[in-house]
Design a protein around this ligand. Sequence first.
Ligand SMILES: Cc1cc2nc3c(=O)[nH]c(=O)nc-3n(C[C@H](O)[C@H](O)[C@H](O)COP(=O)(O)O)c2cc1C
Length: 206
Amino acid sequence: MDLKEAGIGDGISEIIVTTKSASGMPNAAPIGIITEINEEGERKHFVKLYKGSQTLANVLETTMLAANVTDDAVIFVKTVFEHLSEVHFADFASMPVLTEANAWIVFKSVLIEERSDYLHFQVLPRAVKINRKEVKAINRGLNAVIEAAILATRYDVTTDAREKKEMGKLMERYAEIVKKCGGRREKEAMGILMDKFPFISKINKN
Ligand SMILES: Cc1cc2nc3c(=O)[nH]c(=O)nc-3n(C[C@H](O)[C@H](O)[C@H](O)COP(=O)(O)O)c2cc1C
């Protein structure tokens, strides 16, 4: 099954992974799907799930996950910090998916390696649905929000004061790029990040 049509190219594709617990409670979080192409041209997909996340707990319980392909900056930031309400979820191939996503891919996971801080899975596509295809130019504001969201997930677990200061500087740079290049959704997403992290709140939101 070639997932390029559904938006998963080679390298790392940042998508929203939706999962459910054994009791059926849905969850969403940004995750990178890693795609490798071997010498025969075959594509293989992997995820690294860091210990402590609800996503990992659910994948261990059910083995299943869904990739939701979206370029909505607000969804990326919200799913890092918040539990999305039920209205955001639809059902596809017995998995919770995000109603607004451009494509859904349901995967079965196979554990290939356990490391001290993460579990490495190969993920095998089981069902694909493309809801809409979009032609879109690169927006630097969107890229900056994604980088800022990744930093935000690392900020709290970083103990080194110098590293934290560097992160703060990077955040300020990303906030400047969003202010200059971002559209409405990128600015709203950066606003949510700034509310969560007082260390970047001195940057003007607009
Ligand atoms: C763009 C982006 C990519 C991310 N990729 C991963 C990843 O590949 N693996 C992972 O374990 N966490 C990744 N994270 C961090 C998780 O999304 C974050 O820890 C989240 O809070 C987990 O939520 P959960 O507890 O609801 O699963 C990423 C975050 C962002 C913003």
